[in-house]
Design a protein around this ligand. Structure first.
Ligand code: GN1
Ligand code: MG
Length: 422
């Protein structure tokens, strides 16, 4: 055990220092309970030691620590003709570390896959490669992601147990952090619909789950209950209102299992992370160019791809702005029409009638996951400001409350059957 340091703060890390030397072994325990050993001492995916004699302290390893440590090896593996000075952070993802690499006139996206979240990066990449290949021979009108292989012909480069990939940067595009208006929402939702439609012709068995129970609400509630025991910095005491919301909506966890048992719904291969920043639009024309972030493509529900768009497109402000979380109903309508225009043929009548329930479940689930991480001490989602996970959870819960309150009216407005909300 490392002396003089409260390792419990860094909950996923456990130390196994048989000999208290620079070569002590480090075992990494992820939130999913998987373990692996780092190839080199003192470095692992999310922590770095300040290796001073008799005073070994740990701090979280930053994105630039990881990059600079791996850079020379990555340069060789991917045969990059560029220097570290031409690499800059890219995007606002909560999980992976992403960089833009400029190489002469070309640009590349370099990404470190977070193995605490994705315990099997090889599988993530296998799924990715299959999707890319499938889209290239499908009737899919948008750009697809493509990989630059290593000099040994692999899609991933491994260094110190960390997995990296290099993708072609799609030029002339930007991501939106919010939908500016209903037209944006329609265009982006249609793109997601077309993406899901293209995935529907992939043989189901070819894509394997990369995170077990990823969108299983009951599992997420169980993880939430464990986080109440963790209660990092006694945060639970500050969240009486949020706990009430979790209690009020917990019964949403029965909805999918019941629909499944009655054979009303089934899993398809879906994107599973359809937030607006995962859609690229042309910088000049605003036309949608690509649906990106394919890491969580696996069996899932269309209702959740739709619901995640309502979550991230419909509020006036961003994901962590509870004060700007008013739902824009014209945007809800545009997301509905856009998604159905792209993938409507694949949705059953039951699914179409229950889109807004799908949105409630998805928004609730993401809110529960943010709150869980808040209570666990912010170890899963990247945070850039104090209490950000709490702000994120509050935003989701405020959206959910509005959606739930106005469910029946909106069923009518959207032309969906008037079913009682859960
Ligand atoms: C994470 O990595 P990113 O930022 O695209 C998360 C999603 C959440 C989303 C909320 C693997 O997505 O499930 O919906 O944050 N991805 C994973 O913004 O947990
Ligand atoms: Mg993602």
């Amino acid at each position: 055990m490392v002396k003089g340091f409260d390792y419990r703060y860094y909950c996923p890390l456990k130390f196994d220092t048989d000999n208290d030397s620079n070569h002590g072994k480090l075992t990494h325990i992820t939130s999913q309970g998987y373990t692996f050993k780092c190839g080199r001492s003192w470095l692992c995916t999310s922590a770095v030691f300040d290796n001073k004699p008799n005073n070994k302290k740990i701090r979280k390893m930053t994105m630039s620590d990881i990059l600079s440590d791996d850079w020379e090896s990555l340069k060789t593996s991917f045969q990059l003709e560029t220097s570290l000075a031409d690499v800059e952070p890219l995007g606002q993802g909560h999980i992976n570390d992403t960089f833009l690499v400029s190489e002469g006139d070309s640009s590349w996206v370099l990404q470190h896959i977070n193995s605490q979240v994705f315990p099997n990066p090889q599988l993530v990449q296998q799924n990715f490669d299959k999707v890319s290949e499938h889209l290239s021979v499908s009737d899919y009108p948008l750009e697809r992601l493509s990989i630059r292989k290593t000099r040994n012909g692999h899609s991933l480069a491994l260094n110190h147990g960390r997995s990296w990939r290099l993708m072609k940067y799609i030029q002339g595009c930007k991501t939106l952090e919010i939908a500016r208006h209903a037209q944006d929402a329609f265009n982006c939702a249609r793109a997601v619909g077309l993406f899901d439609r293209a995935l529907s012709t992939l043989p189901a068995s070819s894509i394997r789950p990369v995170i077990e129970g990823f969108h299983d609400l009951q599992l997420r509630l169980n993880q939430f209950n464990l986080s109440l025991l963790k209660n990092h910095e006694n945060r639970v005491a500050r969240c009486a209102q949020e706990l009430e919301v979790v209690k009020q909506f917990s019964n949403l966890a029965n909805w999918i299992p019941k629909a499944k048992a009655n054979q009303l719904i089934q899993e398809k291969i879906t994107h599973n992370d359809t937030k607006i920043s995962n859609i690229l639009v042309s910088e000049h024309t605003g036309i949608v160019k690509a649906v990106i972030d394919w890491d969580t493509i696996m069996p899932g529900y269309y209702l959740f791809d739709y619901g995640d768009m309502i979550r991230s497109f419909a509020p006036v402000g961003g994901e962590d702005m509870p004060e700007y979380c008013e739902l824009r109903w014209d945007v809800v309508q545009a997301v509905t029409e856009g998604y159905l225009s792209g993938n409507g043929d694949n949705l059953s009548r039951f699914e179409k009638e229950n889109l807004l329930i799908g949105a409630q479940i998805m928004i609730f689930m993401v809110g529960v996951r943010f709150l869980t991480d808040y209570f666990n001490g912010d170890i899963y989602f990247k945070t850039r400001q104090e209490d950000q996970n709490l702000l994120r959870a509050q935003t989701q819960f405020a959206l959910l409350t509005q959606l739930h309150r106005e469910h029946d009216n909106w069923q009518k407005v959207l032309g969906l059957k008037s079913v009682k909300s859960a």
